[in-house]
Write a protein that binds this ligand. Sequence first.
Ligand SMILES: Cc1ncc(COP(=O)(O)O)c(C=O)c1O
Ligand SMILES: N[C@@H](CCOP(=O)(O)O)C(=O)O
Length: 461
Amino acid sequence: MQYISTRGTAPVLGFGEAMLTGLARDGGLYVPESVPALSESEIAALAGLSYEEVAFRIMRPFVGETFGDDEFRGLIAAAYEGFGHAARAPLVQLGPNHFLLELFHGPTLAFKDFAMQLIGQLFQAALAKNGQRITIVGATSGDTGSAAIEAFRGLSNVDVFILFPHGRVSEVQRRQMTTPSEPNVHALAVDGDFDDCQARLKDMFNDFAFRDAVGLAGVNSINWARVLAQVVYYFTSAVALGAPHREVSFTVPTGNFGDIFAGYIARRMGLPIARLVVATNQNDILHRALSTGAYETEGVTPSISPSMDIQVSSNFERALFDAYGRDGAAVAALMAELKEGGFRISENALGTLRATFASGRASEEETLATIRATHAATGELLCPHSAVGVKVAEEALGPEPMITLATAHPAKFPDAVEAATGLRPPLPARMADLFDRPERVTRVPNDLSALETLIRERTGR
Ligand SMILES: Cc1ncc(COP(=O)(O)O)c(C=O)c1O
Ligand SMILES: N[C@@H](CCOP(=O)(O)O)C(=O)O
């Protein structure tokens, strides 16, 4: 399997190289040259298998020769053994035709663990083979950062720098990033929003001298391996509800468009998904774009679902690449326009996107009301991101089962949950002392050169 860039001019790479490369050298994102399809009987055969076995069967065709079968199976097993639920991604029924896919049973209590725990294993195996030392820099609105730190802390051949927006993540999220004591972990609080953090990260990748000197690697959903690992739970949940013999739809709380893009890949692999519904909070650029065709940034307004406070939605570029007939030059031109504030999606491309994606938004009040109503009706406590999903899903229910992704544990956002229900969800016992642990964090300006200098000093490279 070969990987090509969405902007059309970067070297074509195999899976292992694409994984360690992160952002393509033309500024684009790597995507598989073609998407392998599973037959109906292959999908039917996934019913009743362990999460790990489904993961192996879904991801194997994308991995090529990078890992042998036994090795790959072992890495998958190691990735998920620390999850707090035997099903890994259990389904809970919310209503007659509405199901919640709980993706928060991993070590840092968010869906990011599904990919990050696996990437941690894959990176270690790949680095052991090539003897490289790398510097991971990640941008986070709260959850990717803690998941990355958990996956890479204490490794001798990896330094991890996490850029998060100062004052714009929940206290639990911040402490998950600032309390690990391992010297290879560096939490950096940036004076800016998540879009600034992600833009500086991409600037670092586009600074080839810096990138090559520090051995820069990325674990954001820039990295194709992140998206791939998330394809698996679309299959496990859809098959549990009757696929391939029954269509399902998904509603996905969306920010950087990585999670829902994984659903799009599952659909292209043959999973019968009727609709993929993008659910946004008040930072609703994706909902506006799909409704009107205008992808225009407006600046981020902080919300009670802070992990989705995003305007420049990185993986939308991957969807645009397909919608524009895999025309890398057209995508490069759109991304240049985006730097100036936005672009209009062509009628043709918009039609293609709308054939797969629907969308909706939830206001702050609607999000709180949904947490309250869902708890009253079902006993399920939703985090605010999952509540955005549930609200939008309720408006999109159709004849097929709807699966809404519950992307984080309510205990990561106790203030919003308490405001809605009067209940303060406790952290799991293994994190009970999170608020007693000392924090270690460096406040940094939103400035490329200052960030690069700090990273070079800390890594000595
Ligand atoms: C809890 C939570 N929900 C939803 C999202 C949105 O996911 P994506 O960025 O893949 O669209 C994020 C962050 O990405 C998140 O942390
Ligand atoms: N919401 C994310 C933002 C980064 O997304 P990623 O999927 O590209 O890593 C976060 O919690 O950091």
